[in-house]
Design a protein around this ligand. Structure first.
Ligand code: UDP
Ligand code: MN
Length: 411
């Protein structure tokens, strides 16, 4: 059988230039591009098995919800409907919603392996397990160095011995725990510091990875190790767990390069700001960022945040002191140029307390993030501690929302 290739539509596809498919008679399709051997990484056996599955929630279909399972009690602990999560299979099938060109795309035969790092704080039992099962079922074993579950000081009983016992069946899963509540960033950092894989892949604890999600990410890093790659994030609905499409921010990065970049700033609290921090560093350091359309990972976007966020932590936004402009989050997405724009006010909810002034600098190149207020541009310049345009503020915004989160968490 010969496969046909359409090289016009998927941008990522074009990066690899023309590929020449060639069967080698061992059932595998290989190809060479620029002297590098590529192969088809799909697991067709498992794809066929999944296609045969039937039941509620299978193929990513919305679970048929009744009124009684729709009230707030189903959402309170997790911010998504745990009743639904408990009633769909841990190994449920998902639809292959990738662009048609992804379905025959080949990736380097030699790919780096990865440590998959999953921080969790009081995650639901079935949502956490489904994350792990989806990884085990949809990832070539040779590419997984280990899966590191990092418990950020959870207090739910099912995340203790029961979790250890369950995970014992997976030889590649390791569980580590923080000694106090650290927040997402330091929890990820703890996982990263223990990781032995060549690449670090960060996922949330309520994801479902889709068919052949990992090879396209690793391929991009294999081509240039100074690359951060992000899968397309698909929305798993917090009510019925059906899955339409949207973009977001989980990623993979070369481990050594991650540490050359200085990792994350450990001062960053529960969440907020880290995507900017890491993006700036990459950007300052001559690295690249790619959104990889052939890699798709479903993520449950919560209805609300179920856990307590210690007060004084930020839902950060970065503002330049001199320009009084904010980094435009629309442009803060990976792979696009960063821009300054008018800070959007969040109604009357903005507060300006707890501001943290800092320069965003890159330790290796010793250059700092600077801006031109008139042109609303951001660029790198030689660090100058007296320059106002190099001062950035991590703002704390929207305390009302934060209080609402805490109210939900405690009620
Ligand atoms: N998390 C954590 N410690 C925290 C808060 C969150 O380890 O203090 C974990 C959480 O379990 C999840 C990831 O960090 O795996 C991202 O957090 P969350 O999913 O709540 O953020 P969202 O995706 O809703 O923005
Ligand atoms: Mn999440």
């Amino acid at each position: 059988m010969h496969k046909t290739y359409d090289v016009t539509t998927v941008v990522e596809w074009m990066i690899t230039s023309t590929t020449f498919p060639l069967g080698l008679g061992d059932g595998q399709f290989y190809a060479w591009t620029n002297g590098l051997r590529r192969k088809d990484w799909h697991d067709y056996e498992s794809i066929q098995k999944e296609a045969l599955r039937s039941g509620k929630g299978e193929h990513g279909k919305p679970y048929p919800l009744t009124e009684e399972h729709h009230d707030d009690s189903a959402y309170r602990e997790n911010g998504f409907n745990i009743f639904v999560s408990n009633n769909i299979a841990l190994e449920r099938s998902l639809p292959d919603i990738r662009h048609a060109n992804c379905k025959h795309k080949m990736y380097l035969e030699r790919l780096p392996n990865t440590s998959i790092i999953i921080p969790f704080h009081n995650e639901g039992w079935t949502s956490l397990l489904r994350t792990i099962h989806s990884i085990i079922n949809r990832t070539p074993e040779s590419l997984i160095a280990e899966i590191i579950l990092v418990d950020d000081f959870s207090d739910r009983e099912h995340l203790k011995d029961k979790l250890e016992e369950y995970m014992a069946r997976f030889s590649k899963v390791r569980i580590v725990r923080t000694k106090k509540r650290e927040g997402l960033i330091r929890t990820r950092l703890l996982g990263a510091s223990m990781a032995r894989g060549e690449v670090l892949t960060f996922l949330d604890s309520h994801c479902e990875v889709n068919v052949n999600w990992l090879p396209p990410l690793l391929n991009q890093i294999a081509l240039n190790h100074k690359t951060i790659v992000c899968p397309m994030i698909d929305v798993i609905d917090h009510n019925h767990f059906g899955s339409p499409v949207m973009a977001g921010g989980l990623f993979a990065v070369d481990r050594k390069w991650f540490w050359e970049l200085g990792g994350y700033d450990p001062g960053l609290e529960i969440w907020g700001g880290e995507q900017y921090e890491i993006s700036f560093k990459v950007w300052m350091c001559g690295g690249e960022m790619f959104d990889v359309p052939c890699s798709r990972v479903g993520h449950i976007y919560r209805k609300y945040v179920p856990y307590k966020v210690p007060s004084g932590t930020s839902l950060a936004r970065i503002r330049n002191v001199a320009a009084n402009l904010c980094v435009d989050s629309k442009h803060g997405a990976t792979g696009t140029e960063l821009r300054l724009d008018i800070c959007v006010k969040d109604g009357s909810e903005r507060t300006w307390s707890h501001e943290q002034d800092r320069t965003l600098f890159h330790p290796v190149s010793n250059s700092c993030m600077d801006c031109n207020p008139a042109e609303k541009k951001i660029f790198m310049a030689r660090c100058d501690p007296l320059s106002e345009t190099q001062q950035w503020v991590f703002e704390h915004i929207n305390m009302t929302v934060l209080e609402k989160f805490n109210h939900h968490a405690s009620s």
